[in-house]
Design a protein around this ligand. Sequence first.
Ligand code: GCU
Length: 673
Amino acid sequence: GYNAVADKKLAAKYKAQLAHLKFAGNTPSLNAAREELLTGLEGTLALRPQIGDKIEYPALLVGIASSLKLPGSVCSESELDKTGNEGYLIKTVIINQKKCIVITAKTDIGVLHGVFGFLKLLQTQQSIDALNILEYPRIMYRVLDHWDNLNRTVERGYAGASIWNWHKLPGYIDQRYIDYARASASVGINGSVVNNVNANALMLTPEYLEKVKALANTFRPYGIKVYLSVKFSSPIDIGGLKTADPLNAQVMQWWKDKADEIYRSIPDFGGFLVKANSEGQPGPQAYGRSHADGANMLADALLPHNGIVMWRAFVYDNNVPDDRAKQAYNEFKPLDGQFKKNVIIQVKNGPIDFQPREPFHPLFGAMPNTPLMMEFQLTQEYLGFSTNLVYEAPLFKESLESDTYAMGKGSTVSKVIQGAFNPKLITGMAGVANIGTDINWCGHPFAQANWYAFGRLAWNPDLSSGDIASDWLKMTFSNNPGFISPMKAMMLQSRETAVNYMTPLGLHHIMGVNTHYGPGPWVDNAGRADWNAVYYHKADSAGIGFNRSSTGSNAVAQYQPQVRDLFENLATCPDEYLLWFHHVGWDYKMRSGATLWDEMVHRYYLGADAVKQMELSWGKMAGYVDEERFGSVKQLLAIQYDEATTWRNSCVLYFQTFSKRPIPAQYPKPDKP
Ligand code: GCU
């Protein structure tokens, strides 16, 4: 829905400018755009514009540039070219001596995005007096990865069940599918992988493909393509073959036929996402073949149809004795340049697994001849599920802005994934969805901000966390500065706060075993060494932290020399990554002047105290927010404070059994673990 523009004077001004609408064209996407525009004008301004071809001016003119028949002076070919296939122009122009607003693009989808862009201007109460906006996405494939199972459970999902009702599909199209597409398209998302990376081979059976087709038909007007996660052993599981060896002729043929079958019913099908040889999933290595062999075989099947393969680099194996953080790089770096052009390697932002903080993944910048796409996690697997308010844009930005030095200073991860160093490569960004059947979609009213921020950053990774937060707050709650200013500050601080009460100073993977919820630094019997918390923090009487320097696992060597040296040397290693890269003595003098032990205790207390501040800050917002959402966030923050103190107490008391040092006197004693 759309909130009404609360500023009455401004609303009147908008209305005067938007009273007449000319909307050219009536394809499915343009119809969706028209309907969205009318819904938006009604919701924000209670405005039903006069619509027609012969209209009065000033007017709002919307449509593909060629069909609007705009004079060349209104928008040039070169401007339009810049908008590409998905971008748009919003301009104030003079027609019949009257100031008009034009929303135009080269394609239907561009117009749809333009309409959303325009509605955002109204929702965020911007002036529309002199518009000159040119927007286009910096990244080609901007996809949500749903870890949704066919039985409607969602792996690592904390917002109810899967929104895909496989039982009722294909006959029943839930309004939720349409609203999902609208919301996603409104932030520029153009792809949806509808099933879990831990894939079920049944997904590729004709019965399920019929259902997938119905979803694809629903999403198509919104510019969103459907993709499927596929199980590498599908030729055996559902194809009756004896092998899934990617170099076997029958296997290759099976995948070709399957791709042809899919494209017969979904002509714009996006492609496959594959988790192979990771956490027990089948893959080419079982046949002595490489990731490239596996990915290329699938790529060949999809290439005639313009489909792509998103092949994941999230691989680790407890039978490989080396540091888990090194494995993806070790397996993939040697394959640089060996992948077909429609393969993109999907790399998590950090080398372990979506921790509250990780250094950037060393593969970024290390495979100059291979497309690499970013994989972020929107669902808060390691960030307190949907009871913790954690705005993730600062986490995303931190990794996007990390300098890989791959092509010299300034070779940020953001540039790498935008293909700045090799324009021939396809580009992409994936977000593991946090969407479910909860009425508020994401489990926590503020968790929607992560879906929103992902879309905005996939469209333009250079946007700032703060601007995205204020846009989201304005469109979701209120434009009132009395609300925006404290709430924006709260959102921007929330991720650092979670790091402080969960994993300060580079600690990682010390969450509860299996659930990844709540503290579990003591876990040492998870069944696999690399699932044990003690593997990661390595606390002992001397100190704490994982030595990944040259005297330890030497994971630092996977980075360019400038980055390697930065992390290698204690003197330069940022505090944020200290215990990620070093085993440090309890009495080590930190930059703050405190000892490591005291600093760690300080961070845990700082984190929990900051959640108390969030509670107090939200408590003052009752006047700006409806009762329901006010009460909901209030309750969640109270839970979060309880969880934050549990984290703090548990970690401080547990690590104290090694440090044997007192908790500095200024802090209240942890009362309960
Ligand atoms: C994490 C997560 C798993 C998921 C995996 C993946 O390990 O806990 O549930 O399957 O990531 O990204 O493949």
